[in-house]
Design a protein around this ligand. Structure first.
Ligand code: UT7
Length: 363
């Protein structure tokens, strides 16, 4: 049987940084950011991606009416893991107090949640897993270069999670596609971190995001449209059958261009990039949870989720919502309180970065 989503939850850290806040530390403006991206604010986290993911997971489990021990497979989709080893999935398993399960990280950039749905669906349909907890969580603010205005204004932190279990025929994940164009991998890359890193001379403030915004924009529109059309065709439905499209939230202009190419009514496209920025893998489950809370999806609805990201990866999932669109319960899980505002966290990183650059020859 295909997998249905039985629980959903998200977690937004309390630090909120507006475009005006960013304009106090870099040469940018609210007008530029809103016009080019649709972003008005983003969340900045005081804790690691695993902590964000664990709170979203507890909310998703409560919505599914499941205990942590009911989960047999935990997938953690992220490009901002807490550690290189062990997997952040393992760290979250420990925080949730789950004794034994299959725990794995999935590093597919912004397509991580859609890939995760495809993997979870395969595991459930084949009988390998019965209850999958799919978490997508990011703390991208940790490795942004705050001296680079073309990337620093785009991203934000947050987490979303879903619980997947076997449904009935013709519901749940009806179709999924995954793709990756490695020839263009350099267009979005965090180089010199990991085993290519020079440990002796490395300065962590040198960590940066290589980013070709225009190239990614062009390929994102193409890749998300192609993936969406492929799942519609696989499932034998048309765009008019879709109740809600929840695309990866990278840029309002990308979302609008994909919607236009697919011919989807803008009222059927969920958008929250204005409040979150691009939270990479977490963007779709954060938006999905909001959509559930606002009753934008009812049982039997077709939901389309196209995504695009580092890799350069692309993918889409098409779901027919299962028999329940209400949460069975709520969790009291919360993040530990923050002692700094979002802007204070950014300033603590940005000021030494700027000073370091200025001190360099020609800086
Ligand atoms: O999930 C996938 C991840 N990828 C993405 O989310 C990014 C996809 N790409 C984009 O969203 C867009 O390409 C951007 C928003 C990054 C850039 O938009 P654009 O319309 O392609 O702008 P541009 O790169 O052509 O830059 C236009 C101007 C440049 O100045 P000049 O050379 O025309 O004088 C930039 O230096 O805007 C300047 N600029 C800024 N100005 C104010 C770049 N960033 C900023 C900024 N504030 N933050």
């Amino acid at each position: 049987m295909p997998a249905i989503i039985t629980g959903w939850g998200n977690c937004a850290p309390p630090g909120i940084v507006s475009n005006m806040d960013l304009a106090t530390i870099m040469d940018t403006s609210d007008d530029w950011i809103v016009e080019r991206t649709g972003i008005r604010q983003r969340h900045v986290s005081h804790v690691g991606s695993g902590d964000l993911g664990a709170v979203a997971a507890q909310r998703a489990l409560a919505a599914a009416g499941r205990d942590p021990d009911d989960v047999d497979t935990l997938i953690f989709a992220s490009v901002s893991p807490e550690l290189l080893v062990p997997s952040t999935a393992s760290l979250v398993q420990k925080r949730l107090g789950i004794k034994d399960l299959a725990a794995m990280d999935l590093n597919v950039g912004c397509s991580g949640f859609v890939y995760g749905l495809a993997v979870a669906n395969g595991l459930i349909a084949s009988g390998v897993s019965r209850c999958v907890l799919l978490i997508a969580a990011e703390r991208l603010s940790w490795y942004l270069d705050w001296t680079k205005r073309d990337t620093a204004v785009l991203f934000g932190d947050g987490a979303g999670a879903v619980v997947l279990e076997a449904g009935q025929p013709d519901e749940g994940v009806l179709a999924a596609v995954m793709g990756n164009d490695a020839a263009a991998a350099e267009a979005l890359m965090v180089p010199n971190f990991g085993t290519t890193m020079d440990r002796v001379n490395h300065d962590m403030l040198d960590l940066t995001v290589n980013f070709d915004g225009r190239e990614i924009f062009r390929r994102a529109v193409k890749g998300m449209t192609k993936s969406a059309l492929a799942v519609l065709e696989q499932a034998g439905v048309t765009i008019d059958d879709i109740r809600l499209m929840i695309p990866h939230q990278a840029n309002r202009r990308i979302i609008d261009a994909v919607g236009h190419k697919l011919g989807v009514d803008p009222e059927r496209v969920y958008v929250n990039v204005d409040r979150f920025g691009n939270t990479s893998a977490a963007s779709i489950p954060i938006a999905l949870t909001e959509a559930m809370e606002h009753q934008r999806i009812v049982p039997g609805d077709l939901v389309l989720m196209p995504a695009f990201g580092a890799g350069l990866s692309r993918g889409a999932a098409l779901l027919r919502w299962g028999p329940r669109a209400e949460a069975l319960g709520a969790s009291s899980a919360e993040l530990p309180p923050a002692t700094e505002t979002g802007l204070e966290i950014i300033r603590r990183h940005a000021e030494p970065m700027k000073a370091r650059l200025a001190a360099r020859p020609g800086g």
